[in-house]
Write a protein of this length. Structure first.
Length: 200
């Protein structure tokens, strides 16, 4: 019986020690490549635009949710350039984005941490142009054709090695971005991201 109690005490102590090793708050910076496109449907037909290569920069904050597990809430603020091309029309919007994600840190031999994540993002359109041939116009605002608000699902995973971050993600837009839609036509954001960064 004493041996069993000693083993249980040792396990609890080990868990307490490991729990104390989880960082409570992790700040980070990110930058990388966007490959974005639009999913467009109208009259029963659906197409995807050609991808547009652009960029994103972000600051992130990961907050520990459970003292006993490396389970984090991740948020922050990002600038993200998006868009797509179809039939001679090029869309180039820019957004400020706020993600609300959860992630889990799988520690591999105290060298590498794998961090799958999932959640939502909200984007506020702050500018951009639509180009038709040689003519350009504002993509948002009174004369623009797209709504400023964007909301979607974000999935992906990051790898951290010595506080250097590498990440892959995919955003699936959930809102119809067309400002004046008759209910039949929709246009949604999609974006594949590659990120590098550093955790402080």
């Amino acid at each position: 019986m004493k041996k069993v109690l000693l083993i249980v005490a040792a396990i609890l102590l080990a868990n307490a020690v490991s729990a104390q090793n989880y960082e409570k708050n992790i700040l980070g910076v990110r930058a990388g490549l966007n490959l974005s496109s639009y999913s467009i449907s109208a009259g029963g037909a659906s197409i995807s635009t050609d991808s547009r290569a652009s960029f994103h920069v972000a600051v992130t904050d990961q907050i520990l949710l459970c003292n006993k597990l490396p389970f984090y809430l991740e948020t922050g603020l990002a600038f993200s350039s998006r868009g797509g091309k179809v039939d001679g029309v090029s869309f180039r919007p820019s957004y400020l984005q706020i993600p609300v994600l959860v992630n889990y840190h799988f520690n591999i031999k105290d060298i590498v941490t794998i961090q799958p994540f999932a959640g939502l993002y909200y984007g506020l359109g702050i500018g951009g142009k639509v180009k038709v041939g040689d003519e350009k116009g504002d993509i948002f605002g009174d004369e623009g054709g797209l709504k400023r608000s964007d909301l979607g699902v974000r999935l992906g995973a990051g790898v951290v090695w010595k506080r250097i971050y590498f990440g892959l993600g995919y955003d699936i837009g959930c809102l119809n971005l067309v400002k004046e839609s008759d209910g039949e036509g929709t246009m949604r954001n999609n974006c594949f991201t590659i990120s590098v960064g550093y955790n402080f």
